[in-house]
Design a binder for this molecule. Sequence first.
Ligand code: NDP
Length: 249
Amino acid sequence: MALQITGKNALVTGGSRGIGRAIALTLARAGANVVACHRRDGDAVDSLARELKGIPGDHHVIRADVTDPAQVAHLVEECRTRLGGLDVVVNNAGVISHVPYADLPEDEWHRVIDTHLTGAFTVIQKALPLLGEGASIVNIGSRVATVGIPTRAHYTAAKAGLVGLSRSLCKELGGKGIRVNVVEPGVIETEEAAKLPPEKYAQLQARYQALTSLGRLGAPDEIGDVVLFLASDLSRYVTGATIPVDGGI
Ligand code: NDP
């Protein structure tokens, strides 16, 4: 039987699409009650809500921008009133941005840092009163935090910052029995990648197939499965870890 975390309450940010959607659905299918947040309304949100409705449990899809502390406070309050508390917090919300460093506008730097790093800071700080012994915080980083990548200095800095935040927090919260870990995806095939023109998509696949030991891109639910492990008590002695999930780049 697949790993179950029945009755745990989980918050997943950026749950409407891609990796966040897979994480939300994986945790829900494993028996968790899930609150997934998103920034914009649309088909992706409706589709997630429909899918969650078909899975037993107390699930909610709530609009909240992680860069707005008031909206995060509202989101966490909803977790408290609807679920009664939280056991798992997954900071996944993210934005993609490619700009050469010399041309990087200051507001784009801030947009990326605010979403990936300050967003995680805000969500964790506001969720802390709801977290107790055995709780698990999972921050979705990126393999680029270790290896670097051109045109993504702002993104890489944010993801590297997330690792530092997690390592310090694991020490600060360890005494309360709260674990903090980072999952670093490699190249994951989300709906966005599949929307590329066929020629570009084939190029992307060929490039990353050659880069990985397993010879393929990752699937969103392969990140979801590692998050499920970190959310579960099977990982009860794992904290301060940074786990690459990249097919062996
Ligand atoms: P997507 O662009 O497919 O989805 C991003 C999600 O985050 C959406 O649900 C989006 O909601 C949400 N979001 C964005 N900004 C905010 C915000 N300010 N507040 C709340 N929600 C927000 O991204 P991926 O699934 O590809 O990536 C998910 C995470 O994984 C990111 O942190 C990314 O950096 C990381 N990652 C992804 C890799 C990949 O190959 N895909 C590789 C390495 C790391 P909305 O649609 O409403 O904007």
